[in-house]
Design a protein around this ligand. Sequence first.
Ligand code: HEC
Length: 109
Amino acid sequence: MRQLNAMVLALSAFAAAAAPAYAEGDPERGEVLFYTCTGCHGIAGYANTYPTYKVPKIGGQNYEYLVTALTAYQSGTRAHPTMRAQGESLSTQDIEDIASFLALEKKQN
Ligand code: HEC
């Protein structure tokens, strides 16, 4: 447990140092926007509402990775029908805000 705490501390220090690198979006707005995504991408324990339905773990992913993935769904270069429908409804600002929120998740858990 003590080891885990030390790790969390180290991660937080890293997060603080690295923060400007992905400060492009507004994580608070992103958290609100992400509410509609939690049915499939539940953050707590990365649990899914439907046990048989597999979704990628996206909380704590790298900011650029998330922006790239969501932009690909938004533009249609990544063609998964479910996420395409999600991506289409997001603006570039929405994507940046959601990515900022999700990139910070790792450090809080
Ligand atoms: C109906 C269920 C569902 C909803 C709602 C949903 N997703 Fe997804 N999401 C998926 C599935 C399934 C995949 C995997 C698709 C694939 O293989 O391309 C995915 C993939 C992703 C990925 C890519 C992850 C990776 O590792 O490549 C991101 C990012 C993502 N979703 C973000 C979101 C965001 C943000 C929202 C809300 C605006 C959202 N999702 C809403 C089911 C959902």
